[in-house]
Design a binder for this molecule. Sequence first.
Ligand SMILES: [Zn+2]
Length: 284
Amino acid sequence: MAKTKASDTKLAVENTAEETKVTSKKSTPSSEKKEISVEDKLRALYRLQTIDSEIDRIRTIRGELPLEVQDLEDEVVGLETRINNFTEELNGLEDQVMAKKNQIKDSQALITKYEEQQGKVRNNREYDSLTKEIEFQGLEIQLAEKKAKEFRVQIDQKSVFVDKAKGDLEERKADLAAKKAELDDIVAETQKDEEKLITKSEAAYSIIETRLQYAYKRLRSNARNGLAVVTVQRDACGGCFNQIPPQRQLDIRTRKKIIVCEYCGRILVDPEIETADAAIEAVV
Ligand SMILES: [Zn+2]
């Protein structure tokens, strides 16, 4: 652990405008073992950030998939319920059509019976009475036919919905199976990577001096993208994208001081400190 004088290590990450001098110019060869150069500190911080960003990325990927699977499961249940309801309604309508058909048969039987009776009547009054009954049953048949027709129209309309819902259900079920498989794969695959990365992150974190650890943690928890250490990108801070003056950029490139962004307070490093590829390689 590097033990520098408080006056030398004035890391004011909270005070974003201040620069930090962690240089240890006076370090003698005998103390070299204990002293870590600023450049090494910056490199360690950047490596820690790279590892932690990779952990964040894994968690983000996995974080959304269970929700997608849940959504699809809900959708499948919803469609199944809708199909069941429609099917019940269809059965009810079929029953009603059947009831009307039976009613028509009954009326037709009555008409046949009344017509036979008309052949055996003894007076006009009885004949007229039967005629009225036959007329009434005839109207009943017409009404029942009209109703049955209406039910059939409803059956046709509902059948279209049922077919559509069944098609949707098959699609969603296929989507769900695919997403579930994807989730299982990712969980199996990322768990190992994540555990490895956590171990690496802890190792990288432990070699950083305490005050920088706190600064890093605080910055990371405050930043929405979890970035505490950023590179200079196109003359701007890689975290908040505010411009960095040329002199400040030069200071960053010399790697003799820990410099924070005067706008967002993130620790700034030059992009060449360690290529992302090399950092990732060191991670995995
Ligand atoms: Zn910034």
